[in-house]
Write a protein that binds this ligand. Structure first.
Ligand code: NAD
Ligand code: TDX
Length: 373
């Protein structure tokens, strides 16, 4: 029986991971620690919280008392740290929050785990840890910076972050490495490319485009839309994390990506075409539209509007996943052509969720972010 502590489990990837491990492993206990920021929603994990294997704690990864109380109550074996401020645009507006949550939160998680996992010292003074424990830091390909037209990020690519978000994630990675080297703590870092799938907060490109289409709004594309991202279906990311946690070599970094590079403009056009096709095929989906629409002639590429570019906008990300594939046998199972349809269907069928998560400060955020672009 393994005891997992999953932070950020009410957010997009964390919640998908919670669902994944509950499905994959019957003999686990799970504590979810989440501060329920704008990005975290209990509604996302409401069914999972009914499972007797799960306990939810509301609190911040930055708070030593809260984290300590979890370790006092549960014999935690695995920490999987998803909790973070995750949106690049918000990091440009408020860098300090990103440094606090992403760097200091990571350090606090490491420190508490180290304290509770230490069972002695070796002759050189390094801590000896309880058998079978591990800390996994969920990081991002953005720590490697930006690529030109060719090449891929490998685990050996020098760290070269550009945005306050990616700088804070890099800082977190470096403190994880420091705990691995200085205290010989058993850790792994995974660095994944852009995820997409259910429960993605509609401030990020794909769910924002879907939401705007259903409201008949313009679709904001930054700059000329030529920036490239490497998209991975979220469940494939969850599977990669669990493989690294259970079978990854201690102390190693693993890149996770799907070899699925696409320009933003092509993602937006594909989303328009897919929604149109699904609405035509199944008139029931028309209920997801926020206005009455007797025909779909408005649903075309003219909805696209090119807006002011993101400051310091990274041009291209692309992951080389050779290491995780050869060492752990992981590969992306969901082809993008299938994953994007599954995702769009999910949004068409789950407008209640979208309304619930955007009922708070979302309108204010949208006005601020896009009002004068
Ligand atoms: P998200 O913004 O959807 O969710 C973040 C979660 O963390 C939310 O539930 C939020 O409430 C919680 N949280 C924020 N601050 C907290 C704090 N101080 N204490 C406890 N909980 C806190 O993010 P996501 O897209 O699910 O990303 C999860 C992780 O994966 C992040 O570390 C991110 O850097 C990384 N990542 C994301 C992507 C992607 O494409 N989304 C790709 C690679 C890596
Ligand atoms: O309205 C938009 N218009 C637009 O053109 C938005 C929100 C985004 N974009 C562009 C910017 C990016 O080039 O689309 C691309 C994707 O943007 P985001 O969805 O904001 O993701 P990105 O900045 O690539 O970062 C994501 O992937 C790596 C996650 O948010 C990070 O948490 C993760 O580490």
């Amino acid at each position: 029986m393994k005891h997992y502590l999953v932070t950020g489990g009410a957010g997009f990837i964390g919640a998908n991971y919670v669902k994944y491990i509950l499905k994959e492993h019957s003999d686990i206990q799970l504590v979810i620690l989440d501060d329920l920021t704008y990005a975290g929603n209990l509604g996302t994990i409401k069914d999972d919280l009914k499972d007797p294997r799960v306990e939810f704690v509301k609190g911040s990864i930055v708070d030593p008392q809260i984290v300590q109380s979890i370790f006092e109550k549960h014999p935690i074996d695995f920490v999987v740290n998803f909790a973070a401020e995750s949106h690049v645009d918000r990091s440009i507006e408020n860098p300090q929050l990103f440094l606090q949550t992403n760097i200091l939160g990571t350090q606090n998680m490491l420190d508490t785990a180290k304290k509770f996992w230490t069972v002695g010292k070796d002759e050189k003074g390094y801590p000896i840890y309880r058998e079978g424990v591990k800390y996994l830091q969920v990081s991002t390909d953005e720590v490697y910076g930006s690529l030109g037209e060719t090449g891929y990020f490998t685990e050996k690519t020098p760290l070269d972050p550009r945005s306050p978000y990616s700088a804070s994630k890099t800082g977190a990675d470096l403190i994880v490495v420091a705990y691995s080297e200085t205290y010989k703590m058993p850790v792994n870092i995974t660095r994944c490319s852009n995820n997409y799938g259910p429960y993605h907060f509609p401030e990020k490109l794909i769910p924002l485009i879907i939401k705007n289409i259903l409201e008949g709004k313009k679709l904001p594309v930054y700059g000329d839309g030529s920036n490239v991202r490497d998209w991975l279906y979220v469940e494939d990311h969850c599977k990669a994390i669990d493989s690294v946690l259970l079978r990854g070599r201690t102390g190693e970094v693993y890149n996770v990506g799907g070899h699925n590079e696409m320009k933003n403009i092509d993602i937006v056009k594909l989303t328009i075409a897919t929604i149109r096709r699904l609405l035509e095929e199944n008139p029931e989906y028309g209920k997801a539209l926020k206005f009455s629409s007797p025909d779909l002639s408005w649903l075309n590429d003219d909805l696209i509007t090119f807006v002011k570019d993101r400051l310091g906008h990274d041009q291209r990300y692309a992951i080389d996943p050779t290491k995780i594939t050869t060492e752990l046998g992981w590969y992306p199972e969901t082809k993008f052509a299938d994953g994007i349809v599954k995702t769009i269907r999910w949004y068409l069928e789950n407008q209640d969720w979208v309304e619930e998560v955007t009922s708070g400060d979302y309108q204010k955020y949208y006005e601020q972010m896009y009002g004068n672009r």
